[in-house]
Design a protein around this ligand. Structure first.
Ligand SMILES: Cc1cc2nc3c(=O)[nH]c(=O)nc-3n(C[C@H](O)[C@H](O)[C@H](O)COP(=O)(O)O)c2cc1C
Length: 171
């Protein structure tokens, strides 16, 4: 009934996660290993691989924006997850427009459904990623929000939600 694997790489299974563009200053990194960890104060965690340029930027700069783009931008998301910011101007290559920044100089991407402006308050190293724990200082919600969030399933596969319901209250 189940096939069993011992490594993530070997298993090749669909792992749908919300994808977002992490902008540290004007460098864009695709990110899907992220999650909310505290409601009040609102805190969030993002896992960043040590070899990524963003890792160095976050250690130096200590803040970023997390830009949640609608599904239609999946090609941009994929490209920003293949290039490195110390070799390319990724904002320029993305073709995405940015007309404003947070207080720390991290770009807001106009196309985002919503954006979290984040400041690092803690880090935790384990395995091959560092978990950056952040205070979400402000939440910016687009007036025209898409109903197609971007999910990344691994290995270049993207999807969006096909069904949306509101659950009934329990009896
Ligand atoms: C959809 C998608 C999600 C990704 N999620 C993460 C992630 O959560 N953490 C991470 O370290 N790398 C992640 N990556 C890989 C980085 O985006 C990739 O290594 C990127 O080139 C790093 O850019 P940088 O060197 O400019 O920081 C993801 C890639 C894709 C395509």
């Amino acid at each position: 009934m189940f096939k069993t694997y011992n490594t993530l790489e070997g298993s090749d299974h669909s792992q749908p996660r919300v994808a977002a563009l992490l902008a540290c200053k004007n460098n864009l990194m695709s990110a899907s290993w992220h999650m909310p960890i505290s409601k009040s104060p609102f805190r969030y965690a993002v896992a960043v691989r040590e070899e990524n340029y963003t890792h160095r930027l976050l250690e130096e700069h200590g803040s970023f924006t997390l830009n949640f783009l609608p599904f239609e931008y999946y090609n941009v998301m994929d490209n920003m997850g293949r290039l490195h910011g110390n070799e390319h101007d990724k904002l320029e290559l993305s073709g995405l427009k940015s007309e404003s920044f947070d207080a720390e100089g991290n770009v807001f991407l106009n196309a985002s459904d919503f954006i979290y402006a984040c400041r690092v308050c803690d880090t935790y190293r384990n395995g091959d990623h560092t978990i950056f724990i952040v205070d979400v200082l402000s939440i910016h919600v687009n007036e025209t929000q898409s109903d197609e969030p971007m999910l990344f399933s691994g290995r270049g596969r993207y999807a969006s939600t096909t069904k949306a319901v509101t659950a009934k209250h329990p009896l």
